[in-house]
Design a protein around this ligand. Structure first.
Ligand SMILES: Cc1ncc(COP(=O)(O)O)c(C=O)c1O
Length: 379
């Protein structure tokens, strides 16, 4: 039997043929596919501007740079995420201030955020954990009242709905990833969406070494007419994505509603299979929200169940679940450099102790889901 991992990309012949065409074409990078892919995602989500880059992590960095985070600034975020969510604060010299999550959903808790605001706070980064939209209304109100930049790490939630609106415009900047584990893939890749022109222009600068080729933006106006001239105005990076990756993104995008539908079906099947089993807690969608079901995070309620035993049992059947997430503040780097300790964020830590992401991806069959649920419940 082939191994079943917690996630898997879905690549078809159509994707491969389309990418092959680009490989034989004139432009491998910085051609029109990048712009087309940006336009498609921006239009889908209803955002004005999009900047495609080579990873979700780079897109998060564009966001902290565009937000103007500087040395000593504090940015509030969730400990229940992948390290990239907090690392992007460090890239700009900021200080990551964690706030605990809501125990039921694993989402950043707005009340905890409010407690952490100081004169140094400049931004808030929320995470749409497992594909479920964050507490946008509450976080948006806090950010507006306290004049903070609001960033959504929506790496899990492309295609999720928040009060009938797709995730992508609820915050000042929204970040997606196209890593193979995500809803659609470009191999590696990411994108920043915003309605704010100045954030957009800052993000463009950072993507390409801090260079502008736009004559009207030149510092040295006398050079505007020279066709070879460009200016490096900030310290940027090479965060560019290639045309063949964006072509893959375009063909993947055509299948997005099918992918979402399949994930939802399988997630609902899991929920039914665990129904009535009080030893486990299954994920719920909050009123007005539809998850993109990036993950299916079950939680062990019964303290006598050993999580490691579940992993061992799954392994015997070639099934490989995962855990999301080891809280960021518990990693040695964060403990050594920022003084965080186990016990600082009890709800995120309890969530971590209880959580298992059981496999969920579009090509998984209902029979697989039934088998996985049976194995997990048998321990
Ligand atoms: C919540 C979250 N944010 C950011 C990232 C980073 O995205 P990427 O792997 O595309 O750099 C990940 C990666 O899985 C993630 O899960």
């Amino acid at each position: 039997m082939k191994p079943i991992f917690y996630t898997k990309h879905t690549i078809g012949r159509d994707d491969i043929r389309a990418v092959e065409k680009i490989l034989a074409a004139e432009w491998l990078t910085q051609g029109k596919r990048v712009f087309e892919f940006e336009s498609k995602i921006a239009r889908y989500c209803g955002a004005r501007y999009a900047v495609a880059v080579n990873s979700g992590t780079s897109a998060l960095h564009l966001a902290t740079f565009a937000a103007g985070i500087q040395s000593g600034d504090e940015v509030i975020t969730t400990p229940l995420s992948f390290a990239a969510t907090a690392n992007c604060i460090l890239y700009e010299g900021g200080f990551p201030i964690f706030a605990d999550v809501d125990y039921e959903t694993g989402l950043l808790d707005p009340e905890e955020v409010e407690k952490k605001i100081t004169d140094k706070t400049k931004a808030v980064i929320t995470v749409d954990y497992a594909g479920h939209p964050s507490f946008f209304r509450e976080l948006k109100r806090i950010c507006k009242d306290r004049k903070l930049v609001f960033i959504d790490d929506a790496v899990h939630s492309l295609g999720a709905l928040y009060h009938q609106k797709l995730v992508g415009t609820q915050a000042d900047m929204t970040v997606f990833s196209f890593h193979p584990a995500k809803l659609i893939t470009t191999g590696e890749g990411g994108m920043l969406l915003t309605d704010n022109k100045s954030f957009y222009e800052r993000a463009l600068l950072l993507r390409n070494h801090g260079i502008t080729k736009e004559p009207k933006n030149f510092v040295y106006k006398s050079e505007q007419r020279k066709p070879w001239y460009f200016e490096m105005q900030e310290l940027g990076y090479n965060y560019r994505i290639t045309d063949f990756q964006c072509m893959l993104g375009l063909t993947q995008f055509q299948k997005i509603s099918g992918f979402l539908k399949k994930r939802r079906e399988l997630a609902h099947a899991y929920t039914k299979l665990f129904e009535g089993d009080k030893r486990f807690r299954t994920p719920k969608e909050l009123a007005g929200c539809e998850s993109a079901w990036h993950l299916y995070p079950i939680r062990i309620r019964d303290k006598s169940i050993d999580k490691e035993k579940i992993f061992q049992k799954c392994k015997e059947y070639n099934i490989f679940p995962q855990v999301h997430y080891i809280p960021i503040h518990t990693h040695p780097y964060y403990q050594k450099n920022f003084g965080y300790r186990w016990g600082d964020f009890p709800k995120a830590e309890a969530f971590y102790e209880e959580e298992i992401s059981i496999p969920l991806y579009p090509t998984l069959r209902i029979s697989d889901v039934e088998k996985i649920a049976k194995i997990v419940r048998s321990v």
